[in-house]
Write a protein that binds this ligand. Structure first.
Ligand code: GTP
Ligand code: MG
Length: 177
């Protein structure tokens, strides 16, 4: 009975991961949750749910992660998860132009559901594929600024900026709330 901890109410926040098929949504979550990376592609079917507590400054927050499927056939499931979320994380692949071309639509989908003040992070993933890069950092920065959203580049493969992404998300939420 020595280990009884004081009961603490945790603030919960819902994060919905959005973006085209294969951009690395699941891989970013897997890197953050387990510090692992799987080269083998396994498409998300429907929606997956995970949660993790995070210490941010003096606050402990519980992040609920909704990992959506990029495949078109699951699109109809997504709006209700967006409606229910605190943060939209829109991922594209820096080595795939067409995943970046869809960003405007994703941002519009989130703003249509959640209003202009919603917290959105634009995430350019797969920066380890630098020699295959198609989307310049400055282009994406400009896009993010136009839409008034946060921006970061990551690599789920190397782990680059993955923890920083979640720290920034947690900080953005705790500042607003
Ligand atoms: P859907 O569930 O179909 O929407 O895809 P997703 O966005 O969840 O992509 P997923 O995480 O499944 O990754 C797709 C493929 O890209 C897999 O083969 C991953 O190993 C690979 N991948 C993900 N992130 C990175 C990265 O940062 N760098 C590299 N080189 N490959 C990555
Ligand atoms: Mg997935």
């Amino acid at each position: 009975m020595d280990n009884i901890q004081p009961v603490q109410a945790l603030t919960k926040y819902k994060l919905v991961f959005l973006g085209e098929q294969g951009v690395g949504k699941t891989s970013l979550i897997t890197r953050f949750m387990y510090d692992l990376f799987d080269q083998h592609y396994q498409a998300t079917i429907g929606i997956d749910f995970l949660s993790k507590t995070l210490q941010i400054d003096d606050n402990t927050v519980r992040l609920q992660l909704w990992d959506t499927a990029g495949q078109e056939r699951f699109r109809s499931l997504i709006p209700s998860y967006i409606r229910d979320s605190n943060v939209g994380i829109i991922v594209y692949n820096v080595s795939e132009e067409k995943s970046f071309a869809k960003i405007d639509t994703w941002i519009k989908d989130v703003k249509d559901q959640r209003g202009e003040d919603v917290i959105i992070f634009l995430v350019g993933n797969k920066t380890d594929l630098e020699d295959k890069r198609k989307v310049e950092t400055s282009t994406a920065e400009k896009k993010a600024a136009e839409h008034g959203v946060h921006f970061i580049e990551t690599s789920a493969k190397s782990g680059y900026n993955v923890n920083t992404l979640f720290q920034r998300i947690a900080r953005a939420i705790t500042v607003v709330n």
